[in-house]
Design a protein around this ligand. Sequence first.
Ligand code: FAD
Ligand code: NAP
Length: 338
Amino acid sequence: MTTPREQVDLTALNTLALPARSRYFARLDHSGQLPELLAFAAERELPLLVLGGGSNLILNGDWSGLTLHIALRGKRVSRIEGGALVSVAAGENWHELVRWCLEQGLHGLENLTLIPGTVGAAPIQNIGAYGVELADCLHSVRGWSLEQGCELELPASACALAYRDSIFKHSLRDRFLITEVTFKLRDVFTPVLAYPALASVFDGRSAPDALAVERAVRELRQSKLPDPAQLPNAGSFFKNPVIDVAHFARLRSLHPQIPSFDAPDGVKLPAAWLVDQCGWKGARRGHVGVHALQALVLIHYGGGSGGELLALAEAIARDVRSRFDITLELEPRVYAGR
Ligand code: FAD
Ligand code: NAP
């Protein structure tokens, strides 16, 4: 029997270092613990917080439920023609997985290097960076259905993966605990260099190998993104908004220099640019602020709270709404104390 601990401090378990205690807390080392832990929560009507690396959530006060810290470990490889299916336990570190795949000569994850967090959280928002997203190499997701009380396997096609989105944020939100993710990786490396910042690194040079691309992405990220260990943050605070073509035409007539990218259902705007235009880049309000190099990254300087950070986010979003008629959406999930 795994007995959850009580009143556990979560400050060191979220990359924003927001202070919060969890009423109950248990570490999940193997999926066999799940039935008893879920029964423990059900008997006491406790809400669940499934916690990976804590790099994409905002703790707004103490959590009165049960936190399950995902620590499942292990990998399995099965060869297929031209590559391999790699099944990875949800608690494995994402960046270490990317490096391990490189060492094995298995390709597809290079552009996703240095993203913090766990493997199990990657499908939740279909993690993406530098022109690649999880959807490009996801094979399937295995997990525990909290409704059906059994393990299920979902093929990638059933996960409704979209831009920073998936079924796990909608109909399966709080209903599916991911225990294992399977990737379809290739023996042959095909560089994806469409992303302008990455393309310019290799401009005019012959086709780079996988190690060179991974290193280039790592160096680009380190040059502009604050390390949460030094400056607590949760990466991008807002999603890049996608607006319709008519709205974009109106905005472009007012702001001819507005950057934009074609998206399947409209025009995608960089939220960082919108925030910067409203004068927020580098601003500080009390214990929280906006990073000086990347306007999408909100920082907790210490001594603050989730409420203070969310008030800053709301002030930024209000300015963007009144200037551009765009409602920014938070990317990290907020867990309100109850
Ligand atoms: P957590 O923060 O622990 O959890 C996030 C959400 O997923 C929560 O709702 C949680 O309940 C749920 N969850 C976690 N694990 C499971 C599970 N096993 N089963 C069910 N639900 C689960 N994201 C990108 O997409 N691209 C980037 O380039 C990127 N860069 C970042 C850079 C920095 C500096 C930081 C701090 C964050 C960045 N992120 C990026 C965001 C974040 O790293 C990713 O979203 C990551 O996948 C979150 O993993 P995590 O384990 O920390 O998740
Ligand atoms: P950037 O290069 O300054 O670009 C700003 C935004 O413009 C990015 O968010 C990106 O959208 C978009 N963009 C740029 N070129 C594009 C293209 N050719 N096609 C479509 N969209 C394009 O971004 P950055 O802040 O340095 O981040 C670099 C990459 O790392 C981005 O992919 C970003 O998503 C990722 N990242 C994500 C997080 C997070 O927490 N989610 C944190 C840090 C970095 P996309 O976001 O859709 O790529």
